[in-house]
Design a protein around this ligand. Structure first.
Ligand SMILES: *Cc1c(COP(=O)(O)O)cnc(C)c1O
Length: 394
């Protein structure tokens, strides 16, 4: 069983470890979300926006030259073609529609790299709802283009000034805000992390990825089941979406690709499933990188979206139960792969997605296997990084 149980657990991972004061907010969501998202008018509005606003279904593209190189049949699920350039908007559309039906007047979010902040600011503009995005002061400096996008979209970006002035501090500020505004505010979490019901709710909104994949593979190959699905994992939302409708199909291997940063044992990494251990982060019991006395270790990856010290509880369960295989890719391997895909297929991937492509170098597979790689986002945002490394990889 890979679906969440009614207490919010995937195996021994998940749950809702929250301050007492947040209990009413999380409970309201838990009591209402399943009913609301299964209502026909919700589904209709969600599907309509996914098609007309986001541009779904995203193509499933047979990558011919890439396939020839690896001697496999490789398809790319083109989440990079979503409005705003990545899969994150699938989830923010779902949550904003939910927030409206819960009569919320105010949206808060936290963001590290700014991608989730942009996806949230986008749907708040779409719905005319106030949007406040908490962001570590250090991240505001590092991710200036996304801060400008959020402001352009009408969001207020509030700096988190405490601690390391990064994502976890922004999360603390967002939680504080929610505690102070329990009635009129919805907190949009951007990945399959956080207290129950967030991980399952976000996975459901993203599951449109594998629902489309099944249909498209059937049309293209006569078989809806690929041999292998590969996706990168930060918190794990694009991977959860790409795996979701295949979880109970044991003939499809699921490959979760984490960021090794400068190397798994370098001290500069985000390979949570390898060096992490059980603990509580962001409201759920899962695997996370921590010191022996339980302090969260600052993660590192060249890719901002994978630079997270935990992993969603669904993935902790999939990996520890053997249903999914985890692998990790260093900065240099991801960069090399981004240049390779750009030259082979004319597609510049996001740095996060480049980790998934690089996994082809390590993966064991049979000749002519059908492999789907989830291309979670486009690389425009990473051009400056790519340019910095041009001489080494071009
Ligand atoms: C944010 C992001 C990710 C990582 O988040 P997940 O929740 O693990 O999917 C991956 N790819 C892109 C393009 C992103 O923006």
């Amino acid at each position: 069983m890979y679906k969440v149980d009614n207490r919010g657990y995937y195996g021994k991972f998940g749950g809702a470890y929250i301050p007492e004061l947040l209990h009413p907010c999380v409970e309201e969501l838990k009591q209402n979300y399943e009913k609301i998202i299964s209502e026909s008018d919700f589904k209709k509005e969600f599907d309509q926006l996914l098609s007309d606003y986001v541009g779904r279904p995203t193509p499933l593209y047979f990558a011919k030259r890439f396939s020839e190189h690896y001697q496999a049949n490789i398809y790319l699920k083109r989440e990079d073609l979503c409005h705003t350039g990545a899969h994150k908007v699938n989830n923010t559309i779902g949550q904003i529609l939910l927030a409206k039906r819960l009569n919320k007047k105010r949206i808060i979010a936290e963001t590290g790299a700014g991608q989730h902040g942009v996806a949230t600011a986008t749907v708040c503009a779409l719905m005319g709802i106030e949007c406040i995005v908490y962001m570590g002061e250090k991240d505001i400096e590092r991710q200036a283009p996304n801060v400008k996008r959020m402001k352009m979209l009408g969001a207020e970006v509030r700096p988190a000034l405490s601690g390391s002035k990064t994502l976890k501090d922004a999360t603390n500020e967002a939680i504080r805000d929610w505690i102070n505004h329990p009635n009129d505010t919805h907190y949009i979490i951007g990945s399959v992390v956080g207290p129950h019901p967030y991980p399952e709710m976000v996975a459901k909104f993203q599951s449109v990825i594998s629902a489309e994949m099944k249909k498209q593979l059937m049309e293209k190959t006569g078989n809806e089941n690929p041999d292998i699905i590969v996706a990168c994992v930060g918190g794990g939302s694009n991977a959860a979406g790409a795996f979701y409708h295949y979880l109970n199909n044991k003939n499809t291997r699921l490959i979760a690709v984490e960021a090794a940063g400068l190397g798994i044992h370098s001290g500069e990494t985000a390979a949570t499933s390898v060096i992490g251990s059980e603990g509580i982060i962001h409201g759920s019991r899962t695997l996370l990188m921590q010191t022996s006395d339980g302090q969260i270790v600052e993660p590192y990856s060249i890719s901002a979206g994978l630079d997270y010290p935990g992993i969603g509880p669904l993935h902790a369960h999939l990996i520890s139960s053997g249903r999914a295989e985890a692998t990790s890719i260093t900065d240099d391997e991801a960069l090399k792969s981004a240049f390779f895909l750009s030259r082979k297929e004319g597609i510049i991937p996001a740095l996060e997605s480049a980790h998934a492509f690089a996994a082809m170098e390590k993966l064991e597979y049979k000749k002519n296997d059908t492999i789907v790689i989830n291309l979670s986002g486009r690389g425009d945002k990473d051009l400056e990084t790519y340019t910095k490394h041009f001489d080494r990889f071009a």
